[in-house]
Design a protein around this ligand. Structure first.
Ligand SMILES: [Cu+2]
Length: 177
């Protein structure tokens, strides 16, 4: 029940933010009709998302190791700090939480991450089961397999309150060559 309430709130908040920012892309008249069913968030199904779509293990072309950790001076970081991939690649992100806090790896557009971060700030206990993210306890390992079907500038981030501001964000660019 908690989950359902949070998702409803998330949709309301992200809608409000979109209007406030004047960036209401994917509008109602742009051919997204099949993903606009009542009560169904366009980003919650298993199809395309802002940064591409979930990939198949059999199609993986490259594994990228990602480490999440904290430094003694209070920074929270990803290693590597930025990523560059080719359009069409299917990447297995092998993610290790080498820190002492819980962390997450969320791959999305900058705008979606800002919206998601605002929701997380309001509902820190919110749990999600999105194919573009993984949340790991201290010492835990996880993975995401992702197909970069869209060119553009994206972002990987940890949206647990305070972590993004402490350094847990990185640019990921997808280009044809
Ligand atoms: Cu974190």
């Amino acid at each position: 029940m908690k989950y359902l309430l949070s998702i409803t709130a998330a949709l309301l908040i992200s809608t409000n933010l979109s209007y406030a920012a004047g960036s209401h892309s994917g509008g109602h008249d742009e051919g997204h009709g099949d993903s606009h069913a009542e009560g169904h968030g366009g980003d919650d199904h298993h199809g395309e998302m802002a940064a591409g779509k979930p990939g198949e293990a059999s199609s993986v072309t490259r594994t990228v190791a990602v480490k999440m950790y904290e430094t003694d001076d209070g920074q929270m970081l990803f290693e590597p700090k930025t990523l560059s991939v080719k359009h069409g690649e299917t990447i297995r992100f092998a993610i290790t939480n080498a820190g002492e806090n819980e962390h997450e790896f969320v791959l999305d557009s900058y705008e979606k991450n800002q919206e998601h971060k605002a929701v997380m700030a309001k509902f820190p206990e919110m749990e999600h089961d999105d194919p573009n993210s993984v949340r790991l306890e201290e010492g835990e390992k996880g993975e995401i397999i992702w197909n970069f079907s869209k060119n553009g500038e994206f972002e990987f981030a940890c949206l647990i309150p305070g972590h993004y501001e402490s350094g847990m964000r990185g640019a990921l660019s997808v280009a044809s060559h």
